[in-house]
Design a protein around this ligand. Sequence first.
Ligand SMILES: C[S@@+](CC[C@H](N)C(=O)[O-])C[C@H]1O[C@@H](n2cnc3c(N)ncnc32)[C@H](O)[C@@H]1O
Length: 205
Amino acid sequence: MDDKVTAVLAAYHERMRQEREERHDRHAPHRAGDWRDRQLLAVGPDTGRLINILARSLPAPAILELGTSYGYSGIWLAEAARATGGRLITMEKEEYKSAHAREMATKAGLADHVEFKVGDAVAMIAALPVKLDFVLVDLWKDLYLPCLEAFLPKLNGGAIVVADNMLRPGGEDVQRYARALRATAGMSSVLLPVGTGIEVSRYEP
Ligand SMILES: C[S@@+](CC[C@H](N)C(=O)[O-])C[C@H]1O[C@@H](n2cnc3c(N)ncnc32)[C@H](O)[C@@H]1O
């Protein structure tokens, strides 16, 4: 990690600390209105580092991120893309979140390695012209399975797929995703207690 990337990650970590404090403050106006869309909802530093390590282990990977939000996990993935000669495509339905993520990637010196796409991920995956080597699944949980069905035909042999929030909040939607993964020929998968729980899978058709 160079100094610019480290500084941008530190800024996100400070915002995460503030959001945690706000959540514990009984008087804060949290959970009102667009509360969820004001939060980073980020994977956190342990999962961030792990996806960076995994993506860095692939030669020039085509990386797809589903759920850019404000860009935290994208910094870890874009750093891996730069280090390996790969590329990150990141998808988000909210224009203002994607714009913030782009600003932060620019501050980190990583924007040249990222393509920011705005719209519905399920529809955009279907239109992707590239094969994929790494996918981070981290958008609303009811979309995990439709996204898997959309990106499965686009995975290269040896592709790694990581899905977040498998233990917290967890729930039926992510379990349906896990069951579908494990029923897919050529997919090898494990649930790890990192961050809020991640399913790490490798595809070898
Ligand atoms: C958990 S957050 C992503 C956090 C991000 N990966 C990080 O660690 O910094 C989920 C994001 O998915 C986005 N999202 C929800 N439905 C979507 C859809 N159909 N297409 C694209 N993005 C979507 C939400 O707006 C939200 O910003």
